[in-house]
Every structure is written in C-alpha cells, then in structure tokens.
Design a protein around this ligand. Structure first.
Ligand SMILES: [Zn+2]
Length: 302
C-alpha cells in the first residue's frame, strides 16, 4: 500500500496569459543615485527620487495636471500644427517625421496649451514636451505660445510656460527663428498690460527657447540640476578653447550668476507658483502700480 494516495482530480492548469509575472514598469532605476524605486511611489512623489531628489523628465500633460487646481484644465489650440513650408528632407522627409512624432508622443505638437485655475487665479499655461522632435520650436509652437499670451491679454490671466527644448526646429529654418521675435513682442504687450509671466525652466532648456521667452519671465524658476543654456558645452569649449567650470549650464550655476530667480523642487512648485500669483495678481498691488505708472507718465510729460 502506498503511503500517499493520488487524488483523482488533476490540478487545473493556469491559463498561459495569467501565468506570467509582470515585473516591467514596477521598478525604475534612478539616474541620480542608481537606487531602484517603486514606479508607483515615484508617481506619488511627482517623478522625483525620494533618496537623492533627482528630477525625472516628465511629459507636457503630466506637467499641466500637476499645476492646475484638482488637475483640471481645458486644452487649447490643439489644431495648430506645423506644415512643411520648405519641403525639407534630412534623413527622412519632414512630414514623415511629424507624423511619427505625433504617433509616438501622443501629442499634437511639442507644446500643449491649457486654460484653468491655479490657486483660483486664471492661468494660461503652456508645457513643452521633449518627446515631440526634441521639444523643438517650429512655427506651430511659436504660434501656440503667442496665442497663449494674447489670450491672457484678452482674458486678463497670468501666463506660465514650462520649457524643455532642444531649440529652434531646424526643419523649418528661418521660420522657426522668427518665432523668437514674435513671442518676445507678444510678451512685451503682456508686460505693458501688467500681467505676469512665470517661466519655469526644466531639464533641458536650450537654444532658441532659452534665447527668447524662457529667459523673459517676470519670475524665472528652474528645477534642480536642469541643463539650461544656448549652445552645448562642447561647442562652447571648441569655440573659446577654454575648459568650462564644473556644473556649467546647470540651474545652480545659473542661480549663482543671476540668470534665474529661484530653484524650486517640483514637489514645492505648485505651492510656490500660487504664492507668486497671489502677489502678482493681487488687484491692490496691480492698481497701485497702475497709479504709479500714470504718475510717472504725467511727471515726464509724455
Ligand atoms: Zn535617486
């Protein structure tokens, strides 16, 4: 007699699709401290490493969700997209590149425009995204930023732009470069209307974006250790034939040299922005400065 008797009923096989243990996207390795982080925890800490404070790059829609009250906003100008005015072909034709970028990023362009409330203030915000042709500024991006500013003028709102960009979009040549002047002119009007523009520089902000609106904020905030510059360090070293200082073109270096106003941790960013808006959108302060302006104008006789 056997010691163990076999039960007649066989163990039911687990269906193949349920048999796999899904481990991908559970852990993310931190680029700052090489610690393995729980993806869900990372999401809760707004994609900032809880060990070393490394700020992971994030997309435009995530940015806007983090900014607006209750994460709610209305997307604007999604119909504004680039065409191929120069019939440009590099390794592939520009229209193909645009189509592919749209498909892989799920975005209409390298910037998302939005309207909503931040700390109960009306805010017109734009967030750029590196996953759309390196966050490059073509004519559509320039037009969207301009429309955002013009809308703020009409509706008396504040403008906030999160920059992340490789610079002007080469495939549209001079038309991309012209956006720098166009946006700067619109920002001058915003300034005359005494409406605030908060520029938030994130990793990386370079080229024509740095050389125009990103550096024109009434307040220029930067995320920790973000790369911010015009040309890359290698190009500069080759041009001036000198070794560049350590941490050159990082937020901290720029803060030390007066190029940015503050470095703000992403987890504090919304609170900090609300604090700024409470000050800059305070009707008492703006009406006082309006009075001031009228007085100086009368005094100078213009
Ligand atoms: Zn880390």
């Amino acid at each position: 007699m056997p010691w163990f008797s076999k039960k007649n009923k066989q163990i039911e096989a687990v269906p193949a699709e349920e048999r796999t243990v899904k481990t991908e996207n559970v852990f993310v390795k931190c680029e700052g401290c090489e610690e393995h982080l729980f993806a869900r925890e990372l999401e809760e800490s707004l994609q900032v490493c809880s060990h070393c404070g490394h700020h992971f790059r994030i997309g435009a829609r995530e940015r806007l969700t983090m900014l607006f009250d209750d994460g709610k906003f209305e997307e604007l100008d999604s119909e504004v997209i680039s065409i191929d005015p120069l019939e440009f072909t590099d390794t592939k034709p520009y229209p193909d590149r645009l189509r592919q970028a749209k498909k892989t990023s799920g975005l209409p362009e390298a910037i998302i425009n939005a309207r909503g409330k931040v700390g109960n203030h009306l805010v017109l915000a734009g967030a750029m995204d590196m996953s759309f042709i390196g966050g490059s500024m073509g004519s559509a991006v320039g037009e969207k930023v301009t429309r955002l500013i013009e809308r703020a003028l009409r509706e008396h709102g504040a403008v906030i732009i999160f920059s992340t960009s490789g610079g002007a979009r080469m495939q549209e040549g001079a038309l991309s470069l012209m956006q720098m002047a166009k946006i700067s002119a619109a920002l001058a009007e915003l300034d005359q209307a005494r409406l605030p523009f908060i520029s938030v520089l994130t990793d990386p902000t370079t080229g024509g974006v740095t050389a125009s609106f990103a550096m024109l904020g009434d307040m220029i905030l930067a995320e920790p250790k973000a790369l911010i510059g015009f040309a890359g360090p290698r190009v500069i070293e080759q041009t001036i034939r000198q070794k560049l200082p350590k941490d050159f073109q990082r937020s901290e270096f720029l803060l030390d040299h007066g190029m940015v106003d503050a470095i703000v941790d992403r987890r504090e960013l919304r609170t900090e922005i609300i604090k700024l808006l409470n000050f800059m959108m305070n009707p008492e302060i703006s009406s006082n400065s309006e009075m001031e302006r009228l007085r100086t104008r009368t005094a100078s006789g213009s």
